[in-house]
Design a protein. Structure first.
Length: 172
């Protein structure tokens, strides 16, 4: 039996909480993901018949945030392709294999911002270069600031959600 993933569109939802290293926020605008609080979830439309949902379990990133001039902010994310998890081992291994991600040759999916635009008090867009399967294309994330607060330890933290839709065929 062959399993084919004929889906054309993938929507990614990135949820992340960033925290400033202790004592560093006053000196820097560099934010790192709070451990265990950055995820990439996706759903793939299988020819209008069903949705396959999954997540990438291993990723990291960095946010350089300029609150006074948001357009000067920068975001980078690195996702390990082998960490794909849809809850179905056969499908996961197939998609990690040479017909799709080819995780041995293409270990990471990366995103590096090229433009940040504030669209509202808590919303914006982040356009950047998404590299997947050795191909780089521009993608725009629609971003919402969920919360800015302090942890009980005194660390500042920020929570964001971002969504994007893309055609996986554009990346071969």
């Amino acid at each position: 039996m062959s399993w084919y993933l004929r889906n054309t569109f993938m929507a990614a939802i990135v949820a992340a909480s960033f925290c400033a290293p202790v004592g560093a926020h006053a000196q820097s605008n560099r934010w790192l993901p709070y451990e265990g609080h950055m995820t990439v979830h996706f759903s793939i439309d299988h020819n209008g018949m069903s949705l396959t949902r999954g997540t990438f379990r291993e990723l990291t990133g960095e946010l350089i945030l300029d609150e006074s001039k948001p357009e000067a902010s920068q975001l980078s994310v690195q996702i390990e392709t082998a960490s794909l998890d849809t809850g179905h081992a056969y499908r996961d291994n197939f998609v990690r294999g040479p017909n799709f991600f080819d995780s041995v040759k293409n270990r990471y999916i990366t995103f590096k911002s090229t433009q940040v635009t504030k669209t509202g008090d808590k919303t914006g867009t982040v356009t950047g270069d998404l590299t997947m399967h050795g191909v780089t294309k521009p993608v725009t994330l629609n971003v919402t600031l969920n919360k800015k607060s302090k942890r009980p330890s005194g660390e500042d933290y920020l929570g964001f959600a971002a969504t994007a839709s893309l055609n996986r065929l554009d990346w071969g």
